[in-house]
Design a protein. Structure first.
Length: 755
C-alpha cells in the first residue's frame, strides 16, 4: 500500500499551511530579530516602522497581555526579548501590515541599540563559566574506578559532533483566524498542536479552550517543529488577539535558517577500558551539549544521550555525565535521534581509538561487546532481545563482509590515491518518550451512515506516512477497503492534550488508540448484527465488508449493518485513549524501564576516498533492520533510506559554523549549507527482519517504530571513510570530529606532513 499523499504531492495538490486561502482582512506578520548574539537592549525604536505604509501595529514585549514565557520544561524563554538579547535571530518585535512586502519593509525601519556583550559559542567555554541550563546529570552502574584499574588497556580522548539544520521543505508557518467571543483558530506547521495551544493561552492570558489548533500536514519536520513551531504560531495568535484580524506568518528560508535552533553540537571527553581480548570493562564519558541560549528541549535531549551512552554494547561499569551548556546560539532542539546519535558517535569513536591503540580490529571490539539478552543497561532496564547480535551476524552474511574486506585490501594495495573503506555500525535505540507521561495518545473515530469512516488522532502527518498506517489498521479492524477510511486533520478540539508527534512513537500510540476506538464500535456493530441475524454475537465477525458467522458469509453487508445500527439508535462514534504499558523511571536513582522496547539493526558501509582531492563517495550501505512485523514495507523503506541519508549527511558534508567573535551563523543559506542529494546517495540494500515478538498492545500490530533508529546507521559513513584514510596513511591519528568534510579529510591526511 502506498503513502496516500504521494499522488497529491507529485501533482502539487497537497495543501500546506501557506497554501490555505486567507480570509479577507488578513494581516501579514514579519519579525524583527536581534542582529547580535548577546547584549543589553539600550533603545528600541519602532516609530518609523509604525508610520510606514500599510503597517497596522508593531508588537513588542510590553504589549503581551499574559506571560512573556514560552518555556515548556524550564521557564527561561521569552516570546519577545525584553532588556537583553541572547542569540542572533532572537525575536524582538512583530510587525503587522496589510501586505507581506509592507511588513518586511517596515522591519528594516526598526532600530535597536545594543550594548554588546561577549557571546559564548563553545559549550566547553560555557562549562568553564559554570553556565548550565540545569545541574549536570549522571547515569552510572558498577564501579568504574576499580574496573579501570583492572583493565589491560585504557584509552582516553576527546571528540566532537556538529549541529545539523533540519531543512524541512516547508518553513515555519502559521495562519491565525479570530473567532467569536475572543476565540482563535490557529493553523500551524507544528508537531505539537497542544503545545501551541497551551503556550498561546499562557501568552494571551486566556483559557486553553478558547484556542483551537489545526494541522493538516507538514512539509517535513524532523524534530524542528516539536518545540520551535510554537513561537511563530504564538506571535501570529498575539497579533490576532491584539488587532482582531487574521494574521499569517511564514518564515523565509533565510529567516528559518538563522532564527531557529538545530541539532545540538556536542563536545566529548571519554575514557574506555578493555581487557586483553578487547572486552570493554569500563566506560566514562562526559557530554558537553551546546544547548543554545534557552532550554527548549535540551534537557530531554541530554537525557536521551545518557540513555544511549553505551550504544549497542554491554558495559558493566559506566559513568556518563551530561552538561546542558548555555551558549549564545539559537536554542538547539529536537532532531531525529534526539541526543541518541551523539551518544552513539562518541561510543564508536572511543572503540575506534581503542582499536587503533591496541591493534585489536575495530569490528572485533564491536562484535564481542554487543548486547546479549539478559544484559542490563546502566539505567537498570534489561535488554531482552537478541537483535544486536543477530543483526550483526546477518549483516556480515548479507553484505559478505569477509569477501569485501579481502577485495578492499587487494584494491587498496594496487591503488595509490583512491582507497576503499568499510565499517560496521550497530544501532540499538530505545522507543518511548523518556518523559514517561508523554507516552499517551487518543483517537476519535466516527462511522458515518454510508459506512465511511472518519478518524481523528493526535498524530501529525509530516510526510512519514503515519496517516496511511492508521488508515491501514482501521480498515483491517472493520475489514473494509482502505478507501472507505479517512484521517482528518489533527485538531485540538477533536483530540485534546496530545503529545508531540515525536520519539518515533506516533504510529504506535495513536494507531493503538484508533484501534481501541474501532474495536469499541465493532463490538456495538456485532451486537446489532447478532440481534438482526438472531445468532450468538461471539460467532460473528467482520470480513470483506460483510458480517460472517463463523466461516460463512451472511447476507448482511458492512453498509447495511451500519445503517441498521444507526436506525436502532446505536452510537457509531468512539473515543479511546492509549498509554504505553509497563514503563516507569525514577529520576532520583536514575533507574527504571523507560522504554517499551528497543529497535536494533546493523549497517555495513562501503566508501571510496580520493586521498589526493579529499573527496569521497559512499558506495553502498547494506542494512539488516529488526523492525518487528512489517505493517507497510514501502513506508518502512522510505523511512530507512531517508533517515540513513540524513545520518550520513550529519557525519560527512553538513557543516554548521558560527563566527566565534559575534556568534553569527556562517552557513546561513543553501549556498553554504550542503545536504546530500540523490547523486550523493549510496546504493542501499535493506533486509527487514522481524526479530523479537512484541507483547500485545506494544508497537502497532507487532510492528516497531521506525522514524529515528535508522538515522544512526549513517554514523558508519564516518568510520568507513576513516578506514579508507588509514589505508592511505597507516600512521594517521584521528581527532574524531564530525562532520568529516573533504577539507577536514585532507587536513587530517596531511597533518604532520613534512614534505
Ligand atoms: N521528544 C521528546 C523526543 O519530547 N522526548 C523524547 O524522548 C524524544 N525522543 C525522541 C524524539 N523526540
Ligand atoms: Mo522528534 S526528534 O521531534 O521525534
Amino acid at each position: 500500500m502506498k503513502h496516500f499523499d504521494a499522488k497529491l504531492h507529485v501533482k502539487g495538490k497537497s495543501v500546506f499551511t501557506a497554501d490555505i486561502p486567507v480570509p479577507e482582512g488578513t494581516l501579514y506578520a514579519a519579525v524583527f530579530v536581534s542582529p547580535c548574539a548577546h547584549g543589553n537592549i539600550l533603545e528600541l525604536d519602532t516609530a518609523k516602522a509604525l508610520a510606514s505604509p500599510g503597517v497596522v501595529r508593531v508588537v513588542t514585549a510590553e504589549q503581551i497581555p499574559g506571560e512573556n514565557e514560552i518555556g515548556n520544561i524550564v521557564m527561561d524563554e521569552p516570546l519577545l526579548a525584553e532588556n537583553t538579547v541572547h542569540f542572533t535571530g532572537e525575536p524582538v518585535a512583530v510587525v503587522l501590515a496589510e501586505t507581506r512586502l509592507q511588513a518586511y519593509n517596515a522591519v528594516k525601519l526598526i532600530s535597536m541599540t545594543v550594548q554588546e556583550l561577549h557571546p559564548v559559542t563553545d559549550p566547553r567555554e560555557a562549562a568553564r563559566l559554570g553556565d548550565f541550563i540545569v545541574p549536570p546529570r549522571t547515569f552510572s552502574c558498577g564501579d568504574t574506578k576499580k574496573a579501570f584499574d583492572e583493565c589491560s588497556y585504557v584509552v582516553e580522548g576527546t571528540a566532537e559532533s556538529g549541529g545539523q539544520e533540519h531543512l524541512y521543505l516547508e518553513t515555519q508557518s502559521t495562519l491565525c483566524v479570530p473567532q467569536e467571543g475572543g476565540a482563535l483558530h490557529i493553523t500551524s506547521s507544528t508537531q505539537s498542536p497542544s503545545y501551541v495551544q497551551k503556550i498561546a493561552a499562557r501568552v494571551l492570558g486566556i483559557p486553553i479552550h478558547l484556542i483551537q489548533v489545526d494541522v493538516l500536514r507538514l512539509g517535513g519536520a524532523f524534530g524542528g517543529k516539536e518545540d520551535q513551531a510554537t513561537p511563530w504560531a504564538v506571535m501570529a495568535a498575539l497579533g490576532s488577539h491584539l488587532t482582531g484580524r487574521p494574521v499569517k506568518l511564514v518564515l523565509t528560508r533565510h529567516e528559518d535558517l538563522v532564527n531557529t535552533g538545530k541539532r545540538h553540537p556536542y563536545s566529548y571527553d571519554y575514557k574506555i577500558g578493555l581487557d586483553s581480548q578487547g572486552k570493554i570493562l569500563a566506560w566514562k564519558v562526559d557530554y558537553y551539549q551546546n544547548s543554545g541560549a534557552v532550554s527548549d528541549l535540551s534537557t530531554a535531549i541530554l537525557e536521551r544521550s545518557l540513555f544511549h551512552s553505551t550504544g549497542s554494547y554491554f558495559i558493566p561499569n559506566v559513568v556518563a555525565t551530561g552538561y546542558c551548556c548555555r551558549t549564545n546560539l539559537a536554542p538547539n532542539t529536537a532532531f531525529r535521534g534526539f541526543g541518541g546519535p551523539q551518544a552513539m558517535f562518541v561510543m564508536e569513536a572511543a572503540i575506534h581509538k581503542a582499536a587503533m591503540e591496541t591493534g585489536i580490529p575495530v569490528e572485533t571490539i564491536q562484535r564481542i561487546n554487543l548486547l546479549k539478552p539478559g544484559n542490563t543497561f546502566p539505567y537498570g532496564m534489561e535488554y531482552t532481545a537478541n537483535e544486536a547480535r543477530s543483526s550483526w551476524k546477518l549483516a556480515e552474511r548479507f553484505a559478505k563482509t569477509d569477501q569485501k574486506r579481502s577485495a578492499i585490501i587487494e584494491f587498496n594495495s594496487s591503488s595509490r590515491y583512491m582507497k576503499k573503506g568499510i565499517s560496521m555500525m550497530p544501532v540499538c535505540f530505545g522507543i518511548s518518550f523518556t518523559t514517561t507521561f508523554l507516552n499517551q495518545a487518543s483517537a476519535l473515530v466516527h462511522v458515518y451512515t454510508d459506512g465511511s469512516v472518519g478518524i481523528s488522532t493526535g498524530a501529525v502527518e509530516m510526510g512519514q506516512g503515519v496517516n496511511s498506517r492508521i488508515r491501514q489498521v482501521v480498515s483491517e479492524v472493520f475489514s473494509i477497503p482502505v478507501e472507505q477510511t479517512r484521517v482528518e486533520s489533527t485538531n485540538t478540539s477533536r483530540t485534546a492534550n496530545t503529545s508531540p508527534t515525536a520519539a518515533s512513537s506516533a504510529a504506535d500510540m495513536n494507531g493503538n488508540a484508533a484501534l481501541a476506538a474501532c474495536r469499541e464500535i465493532k463490538g456495538r456493530l456485532l451486537k446489532t448484527a447478532a440481534a438482526e441475524l438472531g445468532c450468538a454475537q461471539d460467532k460473528l465477525n467482520l470480513r470483506n465488508s460483510s458480517v460472517w458467522n463463523g466461516t460463512t458469509r451472511t447476507d448482511l453487508t458492512w453498509n447495511q449493518l451500519v445503517t441498521k445500527a444507526y436506525m436502532s439508535r446505536t452510537d457509531l462514534s468512539s473515543h479511546a485513549h492509549y498509554a504505553t504499558p509497563g514503563i516507569y523511571f525514577d529520576k532520583t536513582t536514575e533507574k527504571g524501564k523507560p522504554f517499551a522496547y528497543h529497535v536494533a539493526g546493523t549497517a555495513v558501509t562501503e566508501v571510496t576516498v580520493d586521498c589526493l582531492l579529499g573527496t569521497y563517495r559512499i558506495d553502498r550501505v547494506s542494512i539488516v533492520h529488526h523492525g518487528g512485523k512489517q505493517l507497510n514495507s514501502l513506508l518502512d523503506r522510505g523511512q530507512v533510506e531517508g533517515a540513513l541519508l540524513q545520518g550520513i549527511g550529519w557525519v560527512t558534508m553538513e557543516q554548521l559554523d558560527w563566527n566565534t567573535e559575534n556568534g553569527r551563523l556562517l552557513a546561513d543559506s543553501l549556498a553554504t549549507y550542503k545536504v546530500p542529494d540523490i547523486n550523493f546517495a549510496p546504493d542501499v540494500d535493506i533486509v527487514f527482519a522481524e526479530g523479537e515478538v512484541l507483547p500485545d498492545g506494544v508497537g502497532l500490530k507487532g510492528s516497531k517504530a521506525i522514524g529515528e533508529p535508522p538515522f544512526m546507521y549513517g554514523i558508519g559513513a564516518w568510520f568507513a571513510i576513516a578506514s579508507a584514510m588509514k589505508s592511505y596513511r597507516p600512521d594517521i591519528s584521528f581527532d574524531y570530529v564530525a562532520p568529516m568534510t573533504p577539507e577536514r579529510l585532507l587536513m587530517t591526511l596531511t597533518a604532520g606532513n613534512k614534505s
